[in-house]
Design a protein around this ligand. Structure first.
Ligand code: ADP
Ligand code: ZN
Length: 758
């Protein structure tokens, strides 16, 4: 609590008091005087003196009264104002741009987010700004164009001799770029600006934003006549007074519905945000929106250059691009007058940020739509069980269905292959079962294409001693094994990036021989080259797509039929639409099924099989899916192969309800990490004890996290359940001391609505 004191600034005329968040100084908000002449408004980016330097800050609240005056009124203000410097209040130095960076609604959203996820407000605000915008980079490209106003309007102030000469020069060359005119006529920008202020010339900023869509030829598209179910879905979305869950099978034309909802929103004079999973932010997705909405589309994507991201963000803020397509963080895009938020593939785990603040962009989208009075659409062929329950049992969301593929294309036929039966007696399991090989061969003969999916990169996920059987492990993480990469003969940890050369002798027993076990994409590529040497294969995984464009380039090559087979990890599971693909092979469907600590394992497996299968038979040619598995009888595998989401959801929800697991309870993880394992354990036990006093919380005894050690830090974890997320956040806010969040000892990381349980 700050001491109440009277502030000498209160006597100043027209002065307001601003609460300012300074990004580099989280955990606190600062009070500054806002002199009347500056025209300070909420949401603006300002420069403030802080200690002995100037920093950029953001105005999050304004009050007419100095917070140090004895009369502080609103309870809200009590909460926001505080932690100010003890000796009086300094004044804001300058306003960076009169047009705010944040609307009041966005600030309200960030305050909600800070409370919901129990993070500081400044941290929440930080996540809403792309780094190049925060750092104010790349103003350099801003250029001005000067044009003479002809004929000069009557009754302008008279010009001096030199001004007259300059004006005549500008008329003679018919204006031009400010910088060029200054150079040509040996004058300064201020002199020309003065002419502009007097009314003789105009001087306007030339927007030359670096446009990520530039250089792409995009044919304009027109709205398609909707199928009856699309029309019903669109109507439902437009009429809904709450978010709409658009449950549509793959290829059912959800995107067309999104685009027509966007068109309607634009007609109403409002803007739209479309969230897509980062890995499906391919040129293909983006061009579909660009083809319909042209220059109104802005893309926010981490693969853009800093300059591009900076320019796109400001283009959005100024209302010049009213349709924003982007991943998770685009949920904060500064679209003025937002009318629609779409979350495509709403079940995708990529919407959950796995660093603080650990927000779910889907949930933030629902909240933002609520605060802005905007429509909200969550679309998926395999909705998350949270959303499904909201739309069915609870009625919090409206439900719209697209049960068939457009044009009556059939969903692909799925065959389940039991890999155990495909193995010869005494032999290891094969990578390719005979039916999959036959199906691939058939595609090659017919000139069609195939997609092969394996959720594991590298050559072999285990590299073990041939004598004692000990696998090689990461020295910094546990229980992580090192993956063998044949290409550069390295062992790599996929968690922390550690790599080493394979040792010559086993560190455990000294034997000199190792064998690579299991298969990653590199090994599959090699095996495929032996089985079908004529097949042209493109491999797509984190190792093959390092550079900025290679992801796009590989997909473009596959689209141009420069390859027969696209082999990849989850990178290829979503959003791709290749009409010539008639076969999808899932090499090992149950990889994610047996993760004991993750109660969502079955849900993930179902989603993955259904999504990957959805890539087949999207054109006129019928599709086929071959799923290789060790557990053909598992309900999630069986339901996915039958394309029966509703059956799967009903069964799985019954299990969750019985075990009081999400979506029936809210779950958070509280993870303690640190270099000293004993201190980490102690911190976890202390927290469990402290949390035990809060009613309505179910706190499991602390345990070493499933990922016990990561990047040299030991990890202990508590699982916390409650009926509401607020209850968990409030309890942790009260129970976890501040130094556990930032201090040098063990750190506490709270993850409300945790998705990654490791
Ligand atoms: P989803 O997003 O549900 O997977 P898409 O929006 O990609 O489905 O649609 C699948 C295909 O159907 C696309 O090629 C799209 O152009 C086409 N399509 C969608 N709606 C219509 C329509 N009303 N009439 C004709 N073709 C359509
Ligand atoms: Zn590691």
């Amino acid at each position: 609590m700050t001491k109440r004191q009277t502030c000498y600034n209160c006597a100043m005329d027209g002065t307001m008091y601003a609460q300012v968040a300074i990004e580099q100084v989280p955990g606190q908000l600062f009070t500054y005087a806002a002199p009347g002449g500056l025209g300070v408004r909420v949401g603006q980016c300002v420069t403030v003196p802080w200690r002995r330097v100037y920093r950029r800050g953001y105005v999050v609240a304004l009050a007419a009264e100095c917070p140090y005056a004895p009369r502080r009124r609103e309870a809200e203000q009590e909460e926001l104002f505080g932690g100010a410097p003890a000796k009086g209040v300094k004044a804001i130095e300058a306003v960076e741009d009169p047009l705010p960076y944040f609307s009041e609604k966005t600030i309200a959203l960030l305050r909600w987010m800070a409370a919901y996820y129990d993070v500081g407000f400044t941290l929440a605000l930080r996540s809403a700004l792309p780094a190049p915008v925060r750092e104010g980079r790349s103003q350099a490209r801003e250029r001005f164009v000067v044009a003479p106003i002809l004929p000069p309007p009557p009754r302008l102030p008279p010009l001096s001799k030199r001004q007259k000469a300059l004006y005549e020069d500008i008329v003679r060359v018919d204006g031009g770029l400010l910088a060029r005119l200054c150079e040509e006529f040996k004058t300064t920008p201020a002199t020309i600006r003065r002419l502009a202020a007097m009314g003789y010339v105009s001087c306007e900023r030339l927007e030359a934003p670096r446009n990520p869509l530039a250089g792409r030829r995009i044919l304009p598209s027109r709205p398609l006549p909707l199928t009856p179910s699309q029309a019903r879905a669109l109507e439902a979305i437009l009429a809904a007074d709450r978010p709409t869950l658009l449950f549509g099978v793959t290829g059912s034309g959800k995107t067309e519905v999104y685009m027509q909802a966007i068109a309607k929103t634009l007609e109403e004079g409002r803007g739209a945000v479309v969230l897509v999973p980062e890995i499906s932010l391919t040129p293909q997705t983006v061009s579909r929106f660009a083809a319909r909405f042209g220059g109104q589309v802005a893309v926010l994507h981490s693969a853009l250059s800093d300059g591009e991201r900076h320019d796109e963000w400001h283009r959005i803020r100024r209302g010049q691009a009213r349709v924003v397509v982007g991943p998770r963080s685009a949920v904060f895009a500064p679209v003025p007058s937002l009318g629609l938020i779409i979350v495509d593939e709403e079940h995708d785990t990529g919407y959950k940020q796995d660093e603080s603040p650990r927000y779910s962009a889907r949930d933030v989208a629902v909240m933002r739509a609520h605060l802005e009075g905007a429509r909200c659409v969550l679309g998926s062929a395999t909705p998350s069980l949270e959303s499904w329950r909201n739309a069915t049992e609870l009625g919090k969301y409206a439900l719209a269905r697209l049960p068939e593929r457009v044009g009556g294309a059939a969903l692909p036929a799925v065959s389940l292959i039991d890999l155990r039966q495909a193995a010869a007696p005494g032999q290891p399991l094969p990578l390719f079962s005979p039916p999959l090989i036959d199906a691939l061969r058939l595609r090659l003969e017919r000139g069609e294409q195939a997609i092969l999916f394996l959720n594991r990169r590298g050559y072999a996920p285990t590299y073990q001693c041939a004598a004692c059987g000990e696998p090689l492990r990461c020295p910094r993480c546990a229980p992580a094994r090192l993956t063998y990469h044949a290409k550069d003969d390295t062992l790599r940890c996929h968690l922390c990036g550690h790599w080493e050369r394979p040792p010559t002798r086993c560190p455990a027993c000294g034997a000199p021989l190792f064998k690579p076990l299991g298969a990653g994409t590199q090994r599959v590529e090699q095996a495929l080259a032996k089985i079908l040497p004529q097949a042209r294969v493109i491999r797509m995984d984190a190792d093959s797509t390092g550079r900025r464009h290679s992801h796009d380039e590989l997909l473009a090559a596959f689209r141009a039929k420069e390859a027969d087979v696209l082999l990849g990890t989850q990178m290829i599971a979503k959003g791709l639409d290749f009409p010539n693909v008639t076969l999808v092979g899932i090499l090992s469907a149950d990889r994610s099924l047996n993760i004991a600590y993750d109660f969502r394992a079955a849900e993930r497996t179902f989603q993955l099989i259904a999504q990957v299968s959805g890539r087949a038979g999207r054109g006129v040619l019928p599709g086929e899916v071959v799923v290789q598995t060790l557990q053909p009888e598992h309900p999630a595998v069986a339901a996915a192969c039958a394309c029966d989401y509703e059956r799967f959801a009903a069964d799985e929800l019954a299990l969750r309800r019985a075990q009081n697991l999400p979506p029936y309870a809210r779950l958070a993880t509280l993870t303690f990490t640190g270099e000293d394992p004993a201190a980490v354990e102690r911190a976890a036990r202390e927290a469990a004890h402290a949390l035990g006093r809060f009613p309505g919380l179910e706190v499991a005894p602390p345990l070493p996290a499933p990922l016990e050690r990561k990047e040299d830090r030991w990890r202990w974890q508590l699982l916390i359940k409650a009926a509401t997320a607020q209850r968990i956040a409030r309890a942790c806010h009260a129970a976890i001391p501040q130094e556990r969040r930032l201090g040098p000892g063990p750190r506490a990381l709270l993850d409300v609505d945790a998705v990654f349980l490791a």
